[in-house]
Design a protein around this ligand. Sequence first.
Ligand SMILES: [Zn+2]
Length: 123
Amino acid sequence: MTPELHRCPTCGASLSLEQLRGTNCPFCHTVFPHHARAVEHAALVNQVMAQQYQQAGYGGPPPQIQAQYGAPPPQPYNPYGNVGNQIEQSLARSAKITAFVLIAIVGMMVLLGAVIAIVFMTQ
Ligand SMILES: [Zn+2]
């Protein structure tokens, strides 16, 4: 029985569990498919969040209300919307801000790491 799960799918080198938990193969430096999928998934989540943010009513036309027989006449447009929609909008906004702050922090850490690496290399 060959331990397929403990092998690099690109170069076939046998890997320990610790090595598999990393982002790429220590031998051929190919990013692991499961890590690539996680990155893709994160990008997809960000995309969906951005779409929901846009669908929350920024820039798009307001939802159409159609009068029906026997139904009460449509209410005049309320600029403050209903409470549920308001909560959804603020949730989408805070999720967007959280994602932005996370990206900013990661970016700063990467920048800081690069600066530290340059400082140490030039000494
Ligand atoms: Zn490999």
